[in-house]
Design a protein around this ligand. Structure first.
Ligand code: ADP
Ligand code: MG
Length: 692
């Protein structure tokens, strides 16, 4: 028998066949060591027995008793009911799937030990499909001496299998400490093996609350190592991406398209826009892909920066693609791009999921043969059928709406030609620096930290919806002054249908109250053409008041709109409120935002509305958001496309990030071998990053 080590493939372990190995691979487990780093989601306490008389619904507990009675009942569903009892009380075990032998096991007088969740049933407390054992040697069987881990599983790999295999792996020994002790924060100088033992088999006297919350020092020790490995992995990804070839796009000269575009604008760029554009132009001039994130608060003017960058690509005989997260926003970008670029002789193609077949084929042909220099669209741009003649730059607007996967999928678009496109990612969601460094560690970072001149602050008030008539008067006054108004119906129900119905009802009410006004309605269930026509009419001033669902949340730009009403504002998060409010205050008129709430206000909602009244700075809003909600939500994995972390939590372990960054830098400098090993350990052989 050859010696097995932690680096051996799991298939080399006893009892692991090819099928099981394949299934384990789905969990990211390929080598024996990966088992050690497959960490519990939570724990069960099977170290004690709870007396049957002391059970409460919703508790997950272990119990033991003698079978009093077992019978098969057929009401709505056939079920096996087993009544067990101890000195203190009784409990029913309920099984819907059972075989004949199972029935016989529950002979009266047999002793059963069961683990499961207690529920209130029709005839007292019960457990549905508990895990159970019939105890042969009566009540003397020992209890678990540690908490029982519950692992993430996949089809065909149960808890028992994982517990057994992880137990075997723990017995291998020889786990290597790749992080030198002096790189660990002092409070976390915990041996790695020791930390893993505690996590896989916590002694019953462990600080359970800390463990359950993921705050035990052993877990923090692992979280730290994971953050270091994550950082190293991202740095590697970044280095790889930067080593690829990209078209070097010459810097704009005096007669370049981008220079002419900027000169033709009815305004001068702000200093911040010029600085960021300069950073971009520099990156684009290099023969390696740019990977740059531009953050700029709502209304800071990211669109013109993006278009200017696209024109540098066009000047360099390449195509550019501009992708937006919603149809509405993509349409708006398309209309702007056409208006700006037609005079320059640049052809723009439009791709959305809802184009007619013939139109779509036309667009695809123009992109494939290079007639269209710029493509604007939604995620329809990633589809396999979309081919570019020579894609040089991809711009992704409002990145927080897309995942890292989609971002990388677009990057693959041009590999056929051997060149990778440059990538520009734009977002209005400000996130604190340390989080940004972790979440977007593969990107360079620019900030447009200045708003165009002449913007008047948006006066924000929060008032109860009992004062709706007053609000209607405000609308009348604003429209009387030639201004336009948004009325946003925030969701009361998660359902889009209901949301649209609410908007329709509001539209009807307002039409009655304000008969002299042209009132429009947009919601997610309208056809794309209808939405577009409505937004067009609003933009042209043919509509005074636009009733909308939160579909208008991102990017919509109508400078003459100076009043926004948000109904049920207490239901929305800060980031969303800030985005919505960003739709007004874009012109020279003083603007205001009325947050209508339905009393009584909860504490969190009250704090949110207060923040909105007090500040208009997106970074400030984000800081408060972080305090109120925590980054879990601010930075949900789905939203930002963060790589999945196993132990570390961006919020809870956020304080470890600076030290982890520092450790990663020192490790790269001092010990390149260690960096490989750490990435391999935590990033499952690099696949997690490579596959996205
Ligand atoms: P965001 O950064 O939120 O995407 P937009 O690009 O939509 O902002 O720009 C908001 C508005 O400001 C648009 O009407 C745009 O034309 C205008 N704008 C952009 N840059 C400037 C500038 N330097 N001076 C004046 N207005 C500008
Ligand atoms: Mg925008």
């Amino acid at each position: 028998m050859t010696a097995l080590s932690l680096q051996s493939p799991v298939a080399a372990m006893k009892g692991v066949g090819e099928r099981l190995a394949e299934r384990l691979a789905r969990l990211g487990i390929e080598r024996v060591e990966d088992l050690l780093f497959h960490l519990p989601l939570r724990y069960q306490d099977r170290s004690r027995l709870t007396p049957l008389g002391g059970l409460r619904p919703q508790q997950e507990v272990q119990v033991q008793g003698r079978v009093l009675h077992a019978e098969v009942v057929v009401r709505r569903r056939r079920a096996l009911l087993v009544r067990i009892g101890d000195d203190s009380g009784q409990l029913t075990l309920r099984f819907f799937h059972f075989g004949g032998t199972q029935r016989q096991q529950f002979a009266p007088g047999h002793c059963v030990r069961a683990f499961g969740e207690v529920r209130a049933g029709a005839a007292g407390l019960e457990m549905v499909h508990p895990e159970y054992r019939i105890l042969a040697a009566a009540e003397s069987e020992p209890l678990e001496r540690t908490l029982t881990p519950v692992y993430p599983t996949t089809e065909g790999v149960g808890q028992a299998t994982l517990r057994r295999l992880i137990g075997l792996a723990r017995a291998y020994g020889g786990l290597h400490e790749w992080l030198p002790d002096d790189l660990l924060p002092v409070a976390l100088r915990y041996g790695l093996s020791e930390a893993l033992s505690l996590i896989h088999a916590p002694p019953v006297d462990v600080d359970t609350a800390a463990l359950m919350a993921g705050r035990h020092p052993a877990q923090r020790r692992l979280a730290f190592e994971e953050l270091v490995a994550h950082q190293l992995g991202m740095a590697r990804l970044r280095a790889q991406a930067r080593a690829e070839a990209a078209p070097a796009l010459p810097r704009p000269e005096r007669d370049a398209l981008s220079t002419r575009f900027v000169a033709n604008l009815p305004f001068a760029l702000t200093a911040a826009q010029r600085r960021v554009l300069e950073e971009i132009a520099h990156d684009l001039g290099r023969p390696h892909p740019m990977l740059r994130l531009v953050q700029g608060d709502v209304g800071s003017g990211k669109t013109v920066v993006a278009i200017a960058a696209c024109l540098q690509a066009v000047d360099g005989d390449c195509q550019a693609a501009l992708m937006a997260p919603t149809e509405l926003l993509a349409e708006q970008h398309f209309r702007n791009a056409e208006r700006w670029l037609a005079p320059l002789g640049v052809r723009v193609a439009w791709l959305s999921g809802r184009l007619r077949e013939s139109r779509r084929n036309e667009m695809l042909a123009e992109l494939a043969d290079g007639r269209a220099a710029l493509a604007v669209g939604t995620h329809a741009l990633f589809q396999a059928a979309v081919r570019f003649a020579r894609l040089g730059l991809v711009v992704i607007d409002e990145q927080h709406r897309f995942g890292v996967h989609q971002r990388l999928a677009l990057r693959e678009k041009a590999t056929a030609a051997g060149l990778h496109p440059h990538q520009l990612v734009m977002t209005a969601t400000p996130i604190p620096r340390t989080l940004a460094m972790t979440a977007y560690a593969d990107l360079d970072y620019s900030v447009i930290d200045e708003l165009p001149p002449g913007r008047k602050p948006v006066v924000t008030v929060a008032i109860p919806d009992t004062r709706r008539p007053e609000v209607v008067e405000r609308i009348r006054a604003a429209v009387g002054r030639g201004q336009q108004v948004y009325w946003v119906c925030a969701l009361i129900e998660e359902s889009e249908v209901l949301q649209c119905e609410t908007a329709e009802a509001t539209h009807a009410l307002l039409s009655e109250a304000l008969p002299e006004m042209a009132i429009g309605l947009v919601h997610g269930r309208l056809k794309a053409t209808e939405k577009e026509a409505m937004m067009h009419a609003f933009k042209d001033g043919r509509i005074d008041l636009l009733v909308a669902t939160t579909v208008i949340e991102v990017g919509v730009d109508v400078p003459n709109a100076s009043l926004m009403i948000v109904e049920n504002a207490e239901r929305l998060g800060l980031a969303q409120l800030h985005q919505l409010r960003g739709r007004v205050g874009r012109g020279s008129e003083a603007s205001s935002c009325v947050l209508l709430y339905h009393p009584p206000l909860g504490e969190t909602a009250r704090r949110r509305l207060q923040v909105m009244r007090e500040t208009q700075d997106g970074f400030e809003v984000a800081r408060h958001d972080l305090e109120i909600r925590g980054p879990g939500e601010l930075l949900g994995t789905r939203q930002t496309g963060l790589a999945r972390l196993r132990v570390a939590d961006m919020v809870q372990d956020g304080d470890l990030i600076p030290a982890a960054l520092e450790a990663a830098h020192r490790l790269v400098a001092q010990a390149p071998t260690e960096t490989d090993a750490l990435i391999r350990r935590w990033v499952a052989g690099g696949v997690r990053y490579a596959q996205v």
